[in-house]
Design a protein around this ligand. Structure first.
Ligand code: ZN
Length: 148
């Protein structure tokens, strides 16, 4: 009986939370399952599975959630990690940095400054001139090829 009550209570709480949260409903409709998991639930795609880790075309990478310009192919480099990596952002104002101490690691999370979608993490083992490595999930990005 007790267990039944707890289950009902949890269920009611969860459903009432989701129905009240219009924003999350919006994202669920707008994004694919994988994009939602990564952008909104801070997931990580498996290495070498995303669509952009090996993309060498010139163009711009936008936020898959809101379309804000984030990275240029000019700052993308081959990191060998299996994720698209950049040594710089288009402009620092387009991203926010958050401390992430999950999984027993001290990392800095990178999120889109406009929609707060999770993009990936930043590390300081990147190439010159910044020495930074923005390690970003392909699913958080939308690539727009440059017209020649
Ligand atoms: Zn965004």
């Amino acid at each position: 009986m007790k267990i039944y009550l707890i289950i009902t209570l949890t269920f009611t709480l969860v459903t009432s939370c989701t129905s009240q949260d219009k924003k999350e409903e919006y994202w669920l409709k707008k994004l694919t399952k994988e994009q939602y998991h990564i952008l909104r639930e801070k997931g990580t795609e498996r290495a070498f599975t995303g669509k952009y880790w090996n993309n060498k075309k010139s163009g711009e990478y936008k936020c898959a959630g809101c379309g804000q310009k984030l990275f240029s192919s000019k700052t993308k480099y081959e990191s060998g990690t299996g994720w698209p990596c950049f040594f710089d952002v288009k402009d620092k104002k387009y991203v926010s940095f958050l401390d992430d101490n999950s999984l027993g690691m001290k990392r800095v999370e990178v999120v889109c400054s406009n929609c707060e979608g999770h993009l990936g993490h930043i590390f300081n083992d990147g190439p010159n001139p910044t020495g930074l490595r923005y390690c970003i999930n392909s699913a958080s990005l939308e690539f727009v090829e440059e017209k020649k």
